[in-house]
Structure formats: C-alpha cells, structure tokens
Design a protein around this ligand. Structure first.
Ligand code: FES
Length: 400
C-alpha cells in the first residue's frame, strides 16, 4: 500500500476510535450516575471508580444546551424537584465527570440569576488540552445528568454593602460569575448598586460571551451600568471597544486614576490579569478587603503540578492529631490526597483551592500552598491551610 494510503488508513482508524470514545462518553454522561440497579449490574461509568463520592452531590438534569460563543457551551439545568438550588450570584458548582482517564472534578460558576425559579446554568469554555471542558463541549445534550456538589464559594455579590460602587473585571470565561451578578443586579434595576462598571476582556469580538445580553442591559440602564469591552484583536470590534489584553499597561489606562470611595472590585479571569488588576487597584487606594477574586485552576494548566521545591519527592510523616494517627506521605502529595489514602479523609469539595471546604489548621510544620487560593491573609496567619492545594515541606502535624 502506498505510504499516503497507510497514513490515510491510520488517520481513519484514529478518527473512528475518537468517534467511538465520544459515543461512549455521551452514553456515560446521559446515563444517570447513580449506583448500579442490581448487584453485578453494569457499574457506573467506569471512570467513576476510585473517586470518593462527595456527600452533598446530587444529580442535575440538563434541559437545554446553548452556544454563547463558538468555543463555549452553556448547560441549562432544571431545578431539582422539591430541593431547588439556592445560591448567591458568584458561587459555583463542582461536577464529577466520568472520563476514560479517570473521574474528573471541575468547578464551574453558575451564570444565571438566582431568582429564576425553573433553571440555572453553567458555561464551559474549551481549553486547549482541557479534558473536562472539551468533554462538556463535545457531549453536552438535553437529558444528560451530571453529579454535582454545591453551591460553593465566597466570591459573592453580598460581600459588597448595598450602595457600594462596583467594579467588575472579567477576562474570557471569567465573565460567568460576574454575569450572574449583572443579571441579578439588572433584575432590580441596579437599585442596590447604581454605579456598576463591567470591564470585560476577550481575545476577539466573536469570542465575547453573552455580548448581546450585556449590551442590552447596558442600553436599558444608562448611568447605572457601564459595559466596557477590551479586545486583543480589534478587528470587527464593537464601537467604543478598548485595546486589550487586560495586562498591567492596559488596565492602568482603562481604570480610573481615582476610584469611587467605598468601591468594591470583583475580579475573575486569567491569573496574570487578576494579579495585575489586584495590584493596580490596591496601588490606587482600594483596600485589599474590597478586592474580591475568584480563581480557578485545573490540572491542565500546570498549576497543580507546580511546586516551589521542584526536587524529587521526599518522604514525610503527617500526623492527624485528633485521630492520633501518623501517615506516611511525600512532599509532592497534597494533604488531601494523603488524607484520602489514610483512614482519616479530610472533607473537601472543589479540590482546586476555591471553596475552603478542606481548610485545616497546622499545629506544627510547614505547608507549601499553591497560590492564589481562597484563604485570606488573616486565615493563613492563624495557621489555616487548604488541604487540596497544600503540600507538606517536612514532618507535619495538623488539627484533624
Ligand atoms: S476543596 Fe475547595 S478549597 Fe480545597
């Protein structure tokens, strides 16, 4: 067979395998992820094996799928009968997704107004190499059921007192928790926060999520809500679009020199944008307590693998003081993973440093934590650490 036919055949075989994987995943995701119906019956999606179920997980049913941009999918869920989801704008859900590589836990912000009595939604943008985001984008369909816990998170609109001017800064998919805030504010005519500005950075005009709705809200509430779009590529940009990306230089130009007294800022987006914005806002006089940040990291972005001490793993002993048990671990293993391999698992939820559910107090020893995360400086000062993003630097005793 000519060489190019060999290549064509191999390509076809790979494509067929990929199609089959997608079909399998669609089947797994559409099947309720409950326990097997009878002993010996087919197990849950195979990739669920080995993942400790979250006590507060429940099954959510997708009733509609929307495409707010070519690279994103919105999953609209029905409110569970008898136990509707109650959340504050800015909170997120943590999903357990079956995957051939093993179950994945990922957190997605709820992007809808909590006043909606029937549905709520999350949006997932494709990430290069992102297993969960691509899985959802490729397989989402009405009727699918997904296991999720939550709502979680302290990045919530109620952190700002009524009347406070709001500065919302979003980058890319970071718009989702802020959209929930804007939708809730718009429902009340921005009565609670009549000076609200959303600065939203995107790579291109066609990748701006929810643009028609945001523009309609801005038009309906002039003077109360200002929408400022910033684009890396200004081709086809809407009138008035600002130059991006939202780096230190552009943020410095786009944000006012004098921030409104009592303002609260809510930031969500790529890590460099958030760091630059937080630094700038504090230099312009906004107290740290009035700058609220939501950060999500997935294993694909390398954050979980990064370590200050990049050397090979060293054995360490972790003592769970209340349990009176010492467990052998190593310096590359998170406290959460170490605890789950012991008889004393630490409660957890998002597993990405975003919710605080795995907070433990260190009695002695050092923990290196991925940063940033949801712990406040005061909590760190008081000895609290997050087990899901904390790794022991040496022998450790924790209050657990
Ligand atoms: S489980 Fe959410 S911060 Fe650790």
């Amino acid at each position: 067979m000519p060489l190019h036919l060999h290549a064509w055949t191999r390509w076809n075989q790979r494509a067929a395998r990929a199609q089959q994987t997608l079909r399998d995943l669609r089947t797994a995701l559409t099947r309720p992820l409950g326990p097997p119906s009878r002993p010996g019956a087919e197990q849950r999606a195979p990739s669920q094996a080995g993942l400790r179920p979250l006590p507060a997980e429940r099954l959510l049913t997708v009733v509609a799928v929307e495409r707010p941009a070519p690279d994103a999918v919105t999953l609209v869920f029905a409110q569970p009968e008898g136990a509707p989801l109650r959340f504050v704008p800015g909170q997120f859900l943590t999903f357990t997704l079956p995957h051939p590589d093993g179950p994945l836990r990922r957190s997605y912000s709820i992007c809808t107004d909590p006043a909606d009595p029937d549905t709520f939604a999350v949006t997932a943008r494709r990430v290069a190499g992102g297993r969960a985001s691509n899985l959802l984008n490729d397989t989402a369909a009405p009727g699918m059921t997904l296991a999720a816990s939550g709502p979680h998170g302290r990045f919530t609109l109620d952190q700002a007192p009524a009347g406070a001017p709001l500065l919302l800064i979003a980058g890319g998919a970071g718009i989702t928790p802020l959209l929930a805030m804007v939708r809730a504010l718009a429902r009340r005519g921005f009565a609670d926060h009549p000076q609200t500005t959303l600065l939203y950075g995107s790579r291109r005009a066609d990748l701006i999520l929810f643009r028609p709705e945001l523009e309609a809200i801005a038009q309906a509430h002039p003077g109360a809500f200002a929408l400022r779009l910033a684009l890396d590529d200004l081709a086809d940009a809407p009138p008035g679009a600002l130059p991006g990306p939202l780096d230190a230089a552009h943020l410095g130009a786009h944000l006012p020199e004098r921030l409104a007294p009592g303002a609260h800022a809510f930031l969500c987006g790529p890590r460099p944008m958030m760091d630059a914005a937080a630094d700038l806002l504090q230099r312009r006089g906004l107290p740290a307590a009035q700058v609220h940040m939501e950060r999500f990291a997935s294993p694909e972005d390398g954050a979980s693998a990064a370590r200050l001490d990049a050397g090979p793993p060293r054995p360490v002993a972790i003592t769970f003081a209340r349990a009176g048990h010492t467990h052998a671990a190593d310096t590359h293993t998170t406290l959460l993973d170490a605890s789950e391999a012991s008889p004393h698992p630490i409660p957890s939820s998002c597993r990405v440093g975003g919710c605080g559910a795995c907070r433990v107090r260190v009695i002695s020893g050092e923990v290196w934590m991925e940063a940033p995360n949801c712990l406040s400086a005061e909590e760190v000062e008081a000895g609290w650490r997050l087990a899901c993003v904390g790794r022991p630097c040496g022998a450790l005793t924790i209050d657990h």
